[in-house]
Structures are given as C-alpha cells and as structure tokens.
Design a protein around this ligand. Structure first.
Ligand code: ADP
Ligand code: AMP
Length: 220
C-alpha cells in the first residue's frame, strides 16, 4: 500500500509512521528527515534548505519535488510506502501523482492525523530528537530513560532549530495556508479513500485508530 500521512507539524506523523512501518514492514519516507540529513551534511543544498526550514517556511516546490521523486523511485515498488511531510502543497501533490503514475503504483489512501493548535505547540516545544537515528522523544509525554540520551543508540538528544515557539507559530500558519488545501485536493478526487483520525489522544490510542483505519481498507 502507498499511503500519505497528512496532519499539522507536531500532530504525531513521524511517531506514528515509525510504529506503522515496523508493524507492516512499510518504508517510511519523511521529507523533514531527508532535509535535516542534507542540512547536517553541510552541503550547499543543505545550507539552502536550512534557510527555509529554520524560518518555518516551506522549501520551494521544485527543490522538494526533485528530492522526493528520487527518494520515492528508489523504494522497492513491492514494498508498502508511508509518506510523512510530503506533499505539503497542491503542486507537490500533483507532482507526486505523476511520479507514482510513472511507477505504475498510485496512492491507495490518504490518512490525516488531526490535532489542536495548542496541543501542537506543547508537543513541538517539548520534542527532543536523536540526530543519529531520528528517534523522537518528548520531555513530558515520551521521555528517554536517560534525560539527554537516545534509548536506541545512546547519542545526545537535541532540540531542532525550528522547534521554538516563534518558529512553531510560523509553521502552523504555513500549514493552514499552504498545506490544508492539499486535503481539499485529495477529497475532490472522489475515488481515493481519505481517512481522518484524532491525533489528540495518547500515542497508543492513535496507533490503534490508524491500524483500524488501514485494515478497513484491506490489502495492508
Ligand atoms: P510530526 O512528525 O507530525 O511533526 P512527531 O511525531 O515528531 O510529529 O511528534 C511531535 C512531538 O509530540 C514529539 O515530541 C512526540 O514525542 C510527541 N507526540 C507524538 N504523538 C503524541 C501523542 N499522541 N501524545 C503526546 N505526545 C505525542
Ligand atoms: P518536518 O520535519 O516535516 O516538520 O519538516 C521540517 C521542515 O522541512 C518544514 O518546516 C519545511 O521547512 C521543510 N519541509 C519538509 N517537508 C517539506 C515539503 N514537503 N515541502 C516544503 N518544505 C518541507
């Protein structure tokens, strides 16, 4: 199955995508993780991406589409695919359709994780991330065993440059203006299942709702 996970920043897409990928053996592709890896490589492209990311703005569509089309095409087509953070504009959604059509493997469903703006700010400001293995924690809701280190690989946890309150406000604004219309684009397609789950619940309850939603489609 090829699934797009939609939802505002901090709604839990990455957390849930990792759990679903483990459960179903799907490939999890996060545009944010791919861009952060490029940023920490120190490349010219990484520096260009960082300008947008650290300001809470979207990276331009042409850059995003080129990077993501390459990443998607590299995934074994027999393997399920979970997209997280891409697409974020209608133009990106159209480009994704073209990439998947070329590969002969169109989207099976879009699943939106909804979460309230005040829950999102609290989640993002408390998020701590492992720069080595991308595992994500929360100071209050999902603390690591050792306050500062990753449970999985022992690396020092960091707060992302864009996980500060002023940048979160900008990212939410960007989401409402540029990414919410993508849901309208998918809903207008008619034949494509578009499902919504309540992301305000506890992590394990959201996972249970997501697995129910995916299994209701069959073929997962
Ligand atoms: P996204 O990928 O949508 O930006 P994340 O999965 O990184 O969101 O989650 C954002 C933060 O909220 C992380 O610190 C994560 O540990 C925490 N989190 C995720 N889901 C929940 C939940 N259901 N309840 C409480 N905290 C959560
Ligand atoms: P995320 O990890 O999904 O919160 O993404 C972090 C940042 O990377 C975003 O705030 C954007 O600056 C950038 N980014 C990630 N995915 C996209 C995308 N599909 N389109 C444009 N910018 C993106």
């Amino acid at each position: 199955m090829r699934i797009v996970l939609m939802g505002p920043p901090g709604s839990g897409k990455g957390t849930q995508a990792k759990r679903l990928a483990d459960r179903y053996g799907m490939k999890h592709l996060s545009s944010g993780d791919i861009f952060r890896a490029e940023k920490s490589s120190g490349s010219e492209l990484g520096k260009a991406l960082a300008k947008y990311m650290d300001a809470g703005q979207l990276v331009p569509d042409d850059v995003v589409v080129e990077i993501m089309a390459k990443a998607i095409t590299a995934v074994d087509s027999k393997r399920g695919l979970l997209l997280d953070g891409f697409p974020r504009t209608v133009a990106q959604a159209e480009a994704l359709d073209r990439t998947l059509a070329k590969a002969g493997s169109p989207l099976d469903a879009v699943v939106e994780i909804q979460a309230d703006d005040n829950a999102i700010v609290r989640r993002i400001v408390g998020r701590r991330s492992c720069p080595a293995c991308n595992k994500v924690y929360h100071t209050e809701f999902m603390p690591p065993k050792d306050d500062k280190k990753c449970d999985a690989c022992g690396a020092e946890l960091v707060q992302r440059d864009d996980d500060t309150e002023p940048v979160v406000a900008k990212r939410l604004d960007t989401y409402h203006q540029q990414t919410e219309p993508v849901m309208g684009y998918y809903r207008s397609r008619g034949e494509l299942p578009v499902l919504t789950v309540d992301g305000n619940k506890d992590v394990k309850d959201v996972t249970a709702d997501l697995t129910d939603a995916l299994e209701s489609l069959g073929n997962v």
